[in-house]
Design a protein around this ligand. Structure first.
Ligand SMILES: NC(=O)C1=CN([C@@H]2O[C@H](COP(=O)(O)OP(=O)(O)OC[C@H]3O[C@@H](n4cnc5c(N)ncnc54)[C@H](O)[C@@H]3O)[C@@H](O)[C@H]2O)C=CC1
Ligand SMILES: CC(=O)C(=O)O
Length: 308
């Protein structure tokens, strides 16, 4: 498995590369960035630790490297400011992103390669990537609400003092203000969250609020998210590399699940070596379904504005 990261010199790209190195599953990690010195420095720094991690090839170079990649991760782009929504970034990131897609198209991709968008606003840019690259929809995904979901699980675990891996919750919809936590399906160690000792509506509401604001909080305190998004990216890449067929809330083109159509948005998605294998639909609480429908509408309207 050969993975390239466009934007690999930046915070998100380099953290993803480090998580992939620590994971030791992928064979090659190629970092691409317009900032040549920075990306060469990141690749060198990673390479220097490789005798203690795994037998991987780690190197930096130009966009032509993506033609040999099984997964092309795109983290290149501008960060939002603390008071900006992810959708506000659209005006500043779309032109830059179109340039990157044109470069990828010019160089060409391997048959079956997966394009994995992380740059924000991720759902809109995933749709744009799918349209511009002309790849089958199952081969184009976005990180979607994978990061929001791990933030929710991790912070709920900390509040309830349980192991984070025992918390099973999900956020669907937009990676943005209209995200939808699916409390109807939340469990801890197989037990329903609402019956779990210590869990109560005010604690749940508090953790939800913190999760919604956590991207902005991290931007305010350290400039941008790195570690959590890095491990989130590596988790999705490993699921693809190992053909695990796990259910992940990645963003991808919808064709009717939960009533969502012609929009890239997160729903429970079976992910394997070929990319998106299936969208799973379950019955939600009516207020969750309504919020998900609304989230799809917000994204659809933004895509209409951007693509005309
Ligand atoms: N989907 C998600 O969950 C998350 C998405 N993000 C998004 O990821 C993106 C990157 O964030 P950071 O890494 O913090 O920013 P950063 O500024 O640290 O890194 C961006 C990198 O992209 C590079 N770049 C710019 N134009 C390029 C081009 N045409 N080709 C190749 N490289 C290019 C820059 O040189 C820079 O190294 C932002 O859009 C941010 O909003 C960040 C966190 C979470
Ligand atoms: C930047 C961003 O999207 C986040 O940290 O959630």
């Amino acid at each position: 498995m050969n993975v390239s990261i466009i934007g690999g010199g930046g915070l998100v790209g380099s953290c993803a590369a480090f998580a992939l190195q620590a994971g030791g599953i992928v064979r090659e990690i190629a970092l691409v960035d317009v900032n040549q010195d920075l990306v060469e420095g990141q690749a060198l720094d990673l390479l220097h630790g490789s005798s203690l991690t795994a037998d991987q090839k780690i190197y930096a170079g130009g966009t032509e490297l993506v033609k040999d990649s099984d997964v092309i991760v795109i983290t290149a782009g501008l960060r939002r400011k603390p008071d900006e929504s992810r959708l506000d970034l659209i005006n500043r990131n779309v032109e830059l992103f179109k340039g990157i897609l044109a470069d990828v198209k010019r160089v060409g991709t391997k048959p079956g390669a997966i394009v994995f968008v992380v740059s924000n606003p991720v759902d809109v840019l995933t749709y744009l990537a799918m349209k511009e690259l002309g790849l089958p929809p199952q081969q184009v995904i976005g990180l979607g609400t994978v990061l929001d979901t791990t933030r929710l699980r991790s912070m709920l675990a900390a509040r309830l003092d349980v192991p984070p891996t025992q918390v099973s919750t999900l956020i669907l919809g937009e990676h943005g203000d209209s995200m939808v936590p699916i409390w109807s399906a939340a469990q801890i160690g197989g037990l329903p969250l609402d019956k779990f000792p210590g869990a109560n509506p005010s604690l749940i509401a508090e953790v939800e609020k913190k999760t919604r604001g956590s991207g902005a909080e991290v931007i305010k305190k350290k400039g941008g998210a790195g570690f959590a998004v890095g491990v989130s990216i590596a988790d999705v890449v490993h699921c693809i590399a190992l053909d695990q067929r796990r259910i992940l809330p990645v963003s991808s083109l919808q064709n009717g699940a939960f009533g969502l159509r012609d929009v890239c948005i997160s729903v429970p998605t079976v992910m394997g070596r070929s990319g998106v294998m299936q969208h799973l639909e379950i019955e939600l609480w009516p207020k969750e379904q309504m919020a998900l429908t609304q989230s799809g509408k917000v994204l659809r309207e933004t895509v209409d504005k951007v693509l005309g």
